[in-house]
Design a binder for this molecule. Structure first.
Ligand SMILES: [Zn+2]
Length: 152
């Protein structure tokens, strides 16, 4: 009598999914996992800082076997390296959200942000000048060097 092959879609333990870094203006309940689902759909979800610590503890190979492959690939594919927060690299976080598909939520958020900026343009300009002044000089030099490198 033949036995059925094991069902490889069922696992003894659930995979860990990775929550995307939240855009600071976004309602926390709308932040998805890297694989595009609501975190509430899963029993195990960690943030990027948690994943970094998990990899540090287990090593890349053992950690990768316990993490959703789609989440894992999205985190590893970040061209700026693995970022763990908005403050660490806002551009990397936005780049991840822009993705390859049309995103109506993000489009609405950008429209609202533009409207808020237009309504408070003097304050926006003042804050921009303030941020420019607190950027360390070595960071400005590095940014300019990168810009020149891309221009060639
Ligand atoms: Zn996932």
């Amino acid at each position: 009598m033949a036995t059925d092959p094991p069902d490889m879609t069922k696992r003894e333990y659930p995979l860990i999914h990775v929550r995307r870094i939240r855009l600071p203006w976004r309602d926390p309940s709308l932040t998805k996992t890297e694989c595009g689902h609501q975190p509430s759909e899963f029993t195990q979800v960690m943030d990027h800082a948690g994943l970094i610590a998990f990899v540090r503890d287990l090593g890349v190979q053992r950690a990768s076997m316990q993490v959703c492959m789609t989440c894992w690939n999205h985190v590893r594919a970040q061209r700026d390296g693995i970022v763990d927060s908005w403050d660490a690299d806002p551009l990397a976080v936005v780049r991840r959200e822009v993705g390859h598909w049309r995103d109506d939520l993000l489009t609405r958020e950008f429209r609202v942000i533009a409207m808020l900026v237009a309504a408070h343009f003097d304050e926006f300009t003042e804050l921009m000048r303030g941020l420019e002044q607190i950027v360390p000089p070595e960071e400005l030099v590095s940014r300019r060097a990168k810009k020149r490198g891309r221009a060639q």
